[in-house]
Design a protein around this ligand. Structure first.
Ligand SMILES: *Cc1c(COP(=O)(O)O)cnc(C)c1O
Length: 524
């Protein structure tokens, strides 16, 4: 067949001059459009079926596989050889991912701040990814932009930030904290320059900037300081009390010390729910100090934000309404899939520090015309419509139902804490205001006691390798501890008791194996 004839034969042939390659790509069954919706339906339904079967059948949160065993399987796949068959690709995916994934919905997943997710949010995820709106500009999102704005307003109202509040969805708490501190930095620089009798450049001010935050706050504060070009000593750790909450007296002392040293405090970062201890800094007292000293208050509520919808515990966040900026992670205590987070500010004008007008995208005249381009407030450009997940969650089940789930895990953590305080095998640290429990296996007095660190490390790893449960670890006063982070209302006290037995068994074995030779030696 001649080249011309080949083109003429195709049903949707256009002008005879069109290159054959261009037409073939346009007709791809994989490109999502009006011609391929059946393929879309079938393909996604197959994927959903695979996940559903996994979720229905998982007996353990993890298979316990090691990177050394899994890596060769993934490395062995030839990416230059497509399978050309979605079913075969899903079969392969079972082997390299689904079989050995870590399942957060499982009641014995007790490790990090990962939540089981809500079905209304999964529905939102399926919709947002297919429509694929990008929330940088109105002309790429339309209603998506307005829905995001409603949810920002809704969150700001729940916090109590007032009429001038605004904010933006972000990829996570780390980015939210970073953006809040970027705004605080630029406000501090502007203020310092304004108040200085002699001209001050940013270069002069940056090394003098300080952030005050408790020693239990999230590491993203340090990381942000580094990314923001601050000095090595920019983050000052304020002391905490026995409950791991920032001590206002210690904060007052650090403020005075900074003033005496001619340093510029660009922000105080309070944490509403520390990652390890679930402790909430005394927000009203911290807000008083910030008001008195004229300081920017950022509240990192990445973990504690679920209290905003709690039917019984909203008061634990009292004082948060006095913040200049707030971080919330819906993908933690709102049971949303990753990613879903936001940064909120009391005064929308400060968002100008993140504004840049690009001729091709969001020229300044659009802002004058009040065209809602969210990129004007974001440090991202192309950006997911993550807000849709929260929207459908609120529209389908409502805020109270979400808050009730968070309440339940907080109750369960209190129950776990009681179990642990009554159990002589373990020592438990402070009682969390949220849903973490930090504890350790305590070997009996005597030579065994010196093995505590090793025993706790070993128990955690052995438990994960068995796949029976996954727990986290952290350090307290230089010693290795274990940590439960409860975010699953389906985790029962029986599950927790069972995991404690497993941990004690692994830790006990570790101690016995190491102690036995010594005892034998003594006996000989
Ligand atoms: C999880 C967490 C963060 C970081 O949030 P990501 O969503 O993981 O980036 C920040 N602060 C606190 C207190 C957190 O618990």
């Amino acid at each position: 067949m001649s080249f011309q004839g080949h083109i003429a034969e195709a049903p949707s042939a256009g002008a005879g001059t069109q290159a054959p390659g261009a037409r073939a790509a346009g007709a791809s069954p994989h490109l999502f459009n009006h011609r391929t919706v059946e393929n879309y339906r079938r393909s996604l339904a197959d994927g959903v079926d695979r996940v559903a079967a996994r979720i229905a059948g998982t007996e353990r949160p993890f298979s316990g596989i090691s990177p050394a065993r899994l890596a060769p399987e993934i490395d062995g796949i030839d990416l230059e050889q497509p399978l050309n068959d979605p079913t075969a690709a899903l079969d392969e995916l079972e082997e390299v991912y689904l079989r050995d994934a870590v399942y957060f919905h499982h009641p014995r997943y007790l490790a990090h701040l990962n939540c089981p997710v809500l079905i209304p949010a999964l529905l939102g995820e399926a919709v947002l990814t297919a429509v694929n709106s990008s929330l940088d500009t109105w002309d790429q999102s339309a209603g998506g932009t307005l829905i995001e704005r409603r949810l920002i307003d809704w969150t700001a109202e729940r916090i109590g930030l007032g009429q001038d509040a605004d904010g933006i969805f972000t990829s996570g708490g780390t980015q939210s904290n970073f953006q809040a501190l970027l705004l605080a930095r630029d406000e501090a620089c502007a203020l310092a320059a304004k108040n200085s009798p002699t001209p001050l450049s940013r270069h002069d001010i940056l090394p003098r900037l300080r952030i005050l935050t408790s020693e239990a706050s999230h590491f993203s504060v340090q990381k942000s300081a580094k990314l923001l070009g601050l000095g090595q000593d920019a983050v000052i750790a304020v002391g905490t009390g026995p409950e791991r909450r920032m001590r206002p007296a210690a904060l007052a002392r650090e403020i005075e010390r900074c003033h005496a040293d001619d340093l510029v405090i660009m922000a105080v970062v309070a944490t509403a729910g520390t990652t390890d201890f679930g402790s909430i800094d005394p927000l009203p007292k911290i807000a008083d100090l910030c008001e008195w000293a004229g300081l920017w208050l950022h509240v990192d509520a990445a973990y504690g934000c679920g209290l905003l919808v709690s039917p019984t515990r909203r008061h634990l966040l009292d004082g948060i309404e006095r913040a200049d900026s707030v971080t919330v992670d819906y993908h933690k205590s709102f049971f949303q899939p990753v990613s879903s987070s936001a940064v909120l500010v009391r005064d929308r004008a400060v968002l100008r520090h993140a504004t840049y007008y690009a001729d091709y995208l969001n020229p300044a005249r659009m802002a004058e015309q009040r065209i809602p381009n969210q990129v004007d407030k974001s440090i991202q450009t192309t950006r997911r419509f993550d807000a849709l997940k929260l929207w459908l969650t609120l529209r389908i089940m409502g805020a109270d139902a979400v808050g009730a789930l968070f309440d339940e895990v907080i109750d369960r953590a209190a129950g776990a804490w009681e179990l642990l305080t009554d159990d002589p095998r373990f020592e438990v640290v402070t009682k969390s205001q949220l849903s973490t429990v930090v504890f350790r296996y305590l070997p009996p007095e005597g030579p065994a006691r010196d093995l505590a660190d090793g025993a706790n490390l070993f128990a955690r790893e052995a438990l994960a390798a068995s796949g029976e449960a996954v727990v986290a670890g952290t350090k307290v006063d230089g010693h290795h501890y274990l940590k439960f982070t409860l975010l699953n209302p389906e985790t029962s006290l029986d599950d927790i008791a069972h995991v404690l037995d497993l941990l004690a068994e692994h830790a006990g074995r570790y101690v016995n194996e190491r102690l036995a030779p010594e005892l034998r030696h003594r006996a000989g």
